[in-house]
Write a protein that binds this ligand. Sequence first.
Ligand code: XIL
Length: 387
Amino acid sequence: MVPNRLACAGALLSLFASFATCLPASAQKTASLRTLASQRKLRFGTAAGIGLLRSDADAGVYRNTTATEFDMIEPENEFKPPAIWLGPDTYDWSNADWLIGAPGQTGWAQANHLAVRGHVLVYARDDGYTLPDWLRKRESTITPAQARQYLHDYIHAVVSRYRGKVFAWDVVNEAIDDNPNSNPYRLRNSFWYRKLGPDFIKLAFQYAHEADPRAQLYLNEYGAEGMGSKSDAVFDILKWLKHQGVYVTGAGMQYHLSIDDPITAGDAHYQNVSRLHAAGFTFMVTELDVHVPVTDPGIGFHASNVADLDRQAAIYREVLQLALNSPNCRGFQVWGYVDTHSWIPAVSPGRGAATLMDDHYQPKRAYYALQQALGAPVTASNGFALH
Ligand code: XIL
């Protein structure tokens, strides 16, 4: 009985196998975004929750999908100063070590062949998730010289610990104010600005470069993607750093968008990356998501209008196209890839469904739009190899 059953099963299997090989290409399982992007030499990443990875969230689907679809990862919150910097000379390395290993060791990222972007060394605002509590509480007693020493010690501690394992750092994040002000470069009034003036930016880049001379170093910002006074400020800061001989790789462009933000060849987005290129700077798309109105405010899984998901897909494709079209683009990264773990519903109630996959990890139109664009034949205008 048993051999007969096996023979029967074997015959069925080979029947399926021959059937599968006869399927038209379009009906066969297509490659992951990671595979397609690597064929284009595009670094293709996502922000991810280290806690979610560590806890095998969603029965392991989160972990597997992160490793299958991406070749670059950026901890969404766990590398921010409040998560690591518990006091002067006191650090919590647990999550970062899990991801990339304590000195001399490796972690989950290396085991899964993911490059790591570090985010962020100085988050230039005073919220709970950006500035360590202990610094805020002691502000009135901290002198500029002490602040400078703290900045030095923290950046050296983090960047040296992971030297050679974090290939790029957001050195300074969100330093520019949303509204015009009288500070140089329209800098935000933050703890670091109050203590050190614009030099906090220069010092942060210098310390990061000293600690890992081979790491790419970015000035990361939101709302500075096209042409305008905020992107002018980014451009001016980059030039100021370069002029002083301070190493900086380029601009991190967050790209948190809505469906009302289309991008077309030659527009302000293209002009902005061209002027960076002309001045010798590269850029990365660092935090792309595209939110839509939803029927479940605060939860944010269900788009109010199905047609919005087509517009969303078009915008994802347009940003990818900008990356592929730009010789100075060093990578493309989304801010989470599954709607259940996106930050948008919590910060913008009424908005959500901003990522590539729905609340069941099913690819949305945006996913297929990226798949199609990455798999499209390379032409003279979309063929710049990204590095
Ligand atoms: C956000 C995270 O996604 C949230 O989980 C957290 O509560 C707040 O910070 N720009 C950045 C990111 O550079 O660090 C922010 O991340 C989103 C906006």
